[in-house]
Design a protein around this ligand. Structure first.
Ligand code: ADP
Ligand code: MG
Length: 683
């Protein structure tokens, strides 16, 4: 028997007809190997207990002797009930089978049988879910597989058992001896056996441990391989700028950098000086000050004779970044431009020409930056802000506009450690884990929507102290389907409430034209508008440090990370800031989210909670997450294994032996099969 057998289609196995093969295919099982690696999602544990110890409605297993003739009755159209009296120790009890009339023939008086099912204490009756003739010794652990119509768990168990008997020995080991020894891992075939036919719980645990490690190691090997190849590929340019010059620029900023900002700036500048391409993720909680770090990197790139681009997800953010970068860079002679879809006609044409000829040094823009018409003279640094808002392809597009430009992704959605290690396993990560000095933690409260007028009084008081407020609504206008607050109505209501007070209430939503939006944002930034009623268009990046109140309507409709982003719009200056969540969540999950928000300001903790509450698929929107579908690994539980696998993978790809030694042949084959060794697949 060879490994070849494992690739045989299941339809060629005995007893698997076309119908069943189709059903198995729906479960993702095409080959014998798929079948053997189709693992249970849980186990039923049947303990043989003394009947006097079994509670009402508890599932149990008993061994008894058939004490009388079974009686079979039919009712309804196809339903039947088979009842038999059993002698269990000294008790006489009843066992009932529903819709299994054929069992009658197999039950003879005096037979010993093992029955598993729910125990009705009052009627002294067990309803048989499973049974077999004879005495089963010891506890039984039964694997439960997820199944579809046309195949039952029981049938699947049989099919897998048959596959195991015939092909189990063909399962090859893929891990090298050295790793098996280091972690004392079970052999691969043995682990597969234990997953399907465990003798006890310890076996399952050890099998799972081995298979999870394997899964994560293979995944990380691929990541580390990408990283290594990318690093070694020539084509990256070493930027030459004078360190002294960049230091002087940083020293001229209106504030001094935090230690964390200095550290990450160094990491980025060092990458840029190397003749390898930078591929770095800069993460830092909202308000931690990523923009100036980007500004310094852009400045350095320009001084080295390159162009820089900063791509952001919204026009509002593009305008805002453009304004602040303009303030910082223009006095240094850096030519800054902003490109969005509202830049049209001749202005656009001129800008395209200037980018291509190199007359613009730094361009800030939205998706407009990745249009085909946009060509650079010498793009050396491509930065994507709020990178999780872009798809993988969009991010790559920007990169492809230069000849191997250095790449920096920035994100304010703190990524749970587990996701960071898996999603960004092939990137270097810099983290700003410190807020600028003088920031006070935002106070967060959760209130019922009925308290809105009290909330408004509070807003009024803050405005009297010359501060400003946001009010966020989930919808733009009234919807007959959803009973949620919409920005237009809420704006009207608040404007009415505040009329005659001199308080200006502005409205912002995604359906306004770019000019309108810009005008409103400008008024708010200049404190001419005091309350901004908005949809989540302000969610990312918007920076008005004078705003101290964030009111979120129907807060239960938002995810934790999104609420944290919204909350991050305040607390950006030195004044005490507040976040007021108006919510009346019905679900326990919703209540839990509100509670967590009031308990912590720590974006990392929130994102981990979010991951737990929503699951990894939903975290980024599954389509873009780029997360592989792990069979067994659970990124929440298996964090330590993931970390170990990552370190092992990184070490392995750097070892010469890994590329030649026989012991590593299967791992190498895996990398080949997965395409990780094909250079052209790597951007
Ligand atoms: P984010 O990381 O969320 O993008 P920003 O870059 O928008 O944060 O910075 C938030 C605010 O903090 C801005 O007003 C910025 O000018 C200010 N800021 C950044 N770094 C510092 C610092 N070291 N000291 C004081 N204020 C800072
Ligand atoms: Mg930002």
């Amino acid at each position: 028997m060879t490994a070849q057998d494992l690739t045989m289609p299941v339809s060629e196995m005995n007893g698997i007809g076309p119908e069943r093969a189709k059903t198995l295919a729906e479960l993702g099982v095409h080959t014998v190997e798929d079948l053997l690696f189709y693992f249970p999602f849980r186990y039923d544990h049947y303990e043989i207990k003394d009947l006097s110890q079994v509670a009402h409605n508890e599932k149990t297993t008993i061994i008894g002797k058939v004490h009388g003739e079974p009686s079979l009755s039919f009712y309804g159209r196809k339903k039947s009930r088979l009842t038999v009296r059993l002698l269990v120790d000294r008790y006489l009890v009843k066992a009932v089978w529903f819709n299994q009339p054929f069992a009658k023939k197999q039950l003879n008086v005096g037979d010993e049988i093992t029955v598993t099912g729910k125990w009705d204490l009052h009627r002294k009756t067990i309803t048989a879910a499973e049974w077999k003739k004879g005495r089963r010794t010891g506890d039984a652990i039964a694997p439960v597989y997820s199944v579809k119509a046309n195949v039952t768990v029981k049938q699947l168990r049989k099919i897998i058992a048959a596959a195991w008997r015939q092909y189990g020995r063909a399962i090859p080991e893929v891990l090298p001896d050295s790793l098996l020894k280091t972690y004392r891992l079970a052999a691969r075939a043995e682990a597969v056996r234990a997953m399907h036919f465990p003798k006890n719980h310890k076996e399952i645990r050890l099998a799972r441990r081995r298979l999870v490690y394997e899964e994560l190691l293979l995944f990380q090997l691929k990541m580390q391989m990408f990283k290594k190849i990318r690093r070694e590929r020539s084509g990256g340019v070493a930027m030459r700028f004078k360190e002294e010059d960049v230091r002087r620029f940083a020293a001229g900023l209106p504030f001094s950098l935090t230690d964390a900002q200095q550290r990450v700036t160094q990491e980025i500048l060092q990458d840029m000086c190397r003749n390898q391409r930078m591929n770095r993720l800069l993460q830092g909680d909202v308000g931690s000050g990523k923009t100036v770090v980007a500004a310094i990197a852009l400045y350095a790139a320009v001084r080295a004779g390159f162009q820089g681009a900063l791509m952001v997800p919204t026009e509002i953010l593009a305008e805002q970044h453009a304004a602040s970068l303009h303030d910082l860079l223009t006095p240094q002679g850096v030519r800054v431009a902003v490109l969005t879809s509202s830049v049209k006609g001749n202005v656009r044409k001129t800008m395209m020409r200037a980018l291509e000829s190199g007359e613009i040094d730094v361009v800030i823009g939205t998706h407009a930056l990745i249009q085909n018409e946009v060509r650079f003279h010498r793009l050396g640094l491509a930065i994507t802000d709020e990178q999780h808002r872009f798809g993988v392809m969009q991010r790559r597009h920007l990169t492809s506009k230069g000849h191997s430009p250095d790449v920096l992704y920035m994100t304010a959605t703190p990524i749970p450690r587990t996701l960071a290690l898996s999603l960004y396993g092939d990137m270097d990560v810099s983290t700003i884990d410190q807020m600028p000095a003088g920031r006070q933690p935002i106070e967060t409260y959760w209130a019922k929507p009925e308290m809105f007028s009290r909330v408004l009084r509070f807003v009024k008081r803050e405005i009297a102290h010359d501060h400003q407020a946001y009010v966020i609504c989930p919808l733009i206008e009234e919807s007959d389907k959803l009973d949620v607050q919409n920005a237009i109505d809420v704006h009207a209501q608040i404007a009415n409430e505040f009329s005659g007070t001199g308080i200006n209430v502005g409205l912002l939503h995604g359906r306004m034209s770019a000019d309108e939006k810009e005008a409103v944002m400008e008024a708010f930034a200049a404190n001419r508008c005091h309350v901004l009623v908005s949809t989540t268009v302000v969610e990312v990046g918007v920076d008005v440090p004078n705003a101290t109140v964030m009111v979120v309507y129907d807060a239960e409709r938002f995810g934790l990370s999104q609420l944290h982003q919204l909350r991050g719009r305040v607390g950006r200056g030195n004044a005490q800031s507040y976040c007021l969540l108006l919510a009346d969540p019905k679900s326990e999950n919703g209540k839990q989210r509100m509670r967590i928000m009031t308990e912590t300001n720590d974006g990392f903790r929130l994102s981990e909670e979010d991951l737990k509450l929503r699951g990894a698929g939903d975290f980024f929107g599954s389509a873009q997450s780029g997360l592989p579908a792990f069979k067994l690994a659970d990124l929440n539980h298996d964090y330590r294994t993931l970390k170990a696998a990552r370190e092992d993978a990184a070490k392995l790809v750097e070892q010469p032996a890994f590329w030649t030694d026989k012991d590593y042949a299967s791992l190498r084959r895996y990398l080949e099969d997965s395409g990780a060794l094909q250079l052209e697949k790597i951007d």
